[in-house]
Design a protein around this ligand. Structure first.
Ligand code: GLU
Length: 402
């Protein structure tokens, strides 16, 4: 994923929404870029925190540990967080962090050292009213607890709201663990009702936090999940996969491919004849090369940036409804916001309260875009972006910055 493609897309949004040069410039430029090198067991790992926009509230966004993390990618992810918090109507801005590391090669002790080193490098620029990190690809609640602990040691006081996605016993919120998937399911249910889709077959690409929980939640709701994948490959069963069994196999053997059914490639999974396709792993998996072969009626983007912009046009012209990442996966940051509110109030909600407030937020976000989209010549993603950038610019204008 390249920041340049975001700039291109923003230029298109700028024309549709009649933005002037200073508005476009503000959206294109992250407010702060912080970089460091973290040393663990004699090895050095590049680390980033990009703070894109805080007009609507403190910067907010996860930290990713992945061998391919680079500044350009973190900038793109930070930009998307600003749009995501605006889409979800939560009073937060957008930021993102990352470390270029393969966490699978580090021991638990080294991962703890790396997480603490990240906070030591950036603690002056994060904080409950400044910038609030969270988990992302290959980072876990356990790591968030280490980071909270390190931050509090450095500043010498309690600050549970410095980071979200924490385990419950370290100040986390109920439902946060499944929030990305659950928020996506709420959006999907609304979309299904609007377009009157009756088929219930689903293919899910990726079996991490988002993909695995989406599989569980969809099966509970009567959907037929026929294919899932992870980085090692995909499994398929037209009669439906046993998700409980898959979860067990993934945790015991490290991959879903050890499940006993037909093996297919990740590429084949994306092109299956299913009603709903759920990309839930990394960016740029639906591209100009395979978009014309996608047969799903709805694409629910639980990953960030799974569809390239060229592919997006192809999907739109095939009449496929793409529920874009900044809406479809906003459930994660929405419950992160709830976690932060609970931390700030020192008052904790039960699971039903979190779920019903999440549903309210997701349905409202979907409805706002749907209303715009129904009378519009542009695709659903474009309409989502136009709404989001307007909210950010309105906040900047109200502050006198435009
Ligand atoms: N990493 C998640 C995302 O991309 C969650 C961010 C958060 O909770 O702050 O939306």
């Amino acid at each position: 994923m390249e920041y340049a493609s975001i700039i291109n897309f923003l230029n298109k949004i700028g024309k549709i929404a009649n933005l002037n040069d200073s508005e476009l410039e503000l959206l294109k430029t992250p407010q702060f870029i912080h970089q460091a090198e973290l040393e663990v067991s004699g090895k050095k790992y590049p680390a980033y925190r990009v703070q894109h926009n805080n007009a609507r509230g403190p910067f907010k966004g996860g930290i990713r540990y992945h061998p391919e993390v680079n500044l350009d990618e973190v900038k793109a992810l930070a930009f998307w967080m600003s749009l995501k918090t605006a889409t979800a109507d939560i009073p937060l801005g957008g930021g993102k962090g990352g470390v270029t590391v393969n966490p699978k090669e580090l021991s638990v002790e080294e991962l703890e050292e790396l997480s603490r080193a990240y906070v030591k490098a950036f603690y002056k620029v994060i904080g409950p009213q400044q910038d609030i990190p969270a988990p992302d690809v290959y980072t876990t609640p356990e790591m968030m607890a280490w980071m909270r602990d390190e931050y509090e040691k450095l500043i010498g006081e309690k600050a549970p709201g410095v980071i979200t996605g924490k385990p419950i016993e370290a100040g986390g919120s109920l439902v946060r663990d499944i929030a990305t998937a659950l928020g996506g399911v709420y959006v999907l249910e609304e979309a299904i009702e609007k377009i009157g889709l009756e088929e219930k077959t689903v293919a899910i690409q990726g079996f991490g936090n988002a993909g695995m929980n989406a599989a569980k939640l969809l099966v509970e709701r009567g959907f037929n999940v026929v294919a899932v994948s992870d980085s090692k490959g995909a499994v398929f069963d037209a009669l439906g996969l046993d998700i409980e069994k898959l979860v067990k196999i993934k945790s015991e053997t490290g991959s879903v491919i050890n499940y006993n059914s037909e093996k297919i490639s990740n590429k084949q999974l994306l092109e299956l004849d299913v009603a709903i396709l759920v990309p839930s792993a990394l960016a740029n998996v639906i591209t100009v090369e395979n978009a014309a072969n996608v047969k799903a009626k709805i694409v629910l983007e639980l990953a960030n940036g799974p569809t390239t912009s060229g592919a997006d046009d192809i999907l739109h012209s095939s009449g496929i409804l793409v529920l874009p990442d900044i809406l479809a996966n906003a459930g994660g940051v929405t419950v992160s916001y709830f976690e932060w509110v609970q931390n700030n109030e020192d008052n904790y909600w039960d699971a039903e309260t979190v779920k019903s407030r999440l549903k309210e937020k997701m349905v409202s976000a979907f409805s706002q875009v749907w209303e715009k989209y129904s009378g519009s010549e542009h695709d659903f993603r474009t309409n989502t972006y136009v709404l989001a950038v307007k909210k950010i610019l309105d906040a900047e204008r109200a502050r006198g910055n435009l």
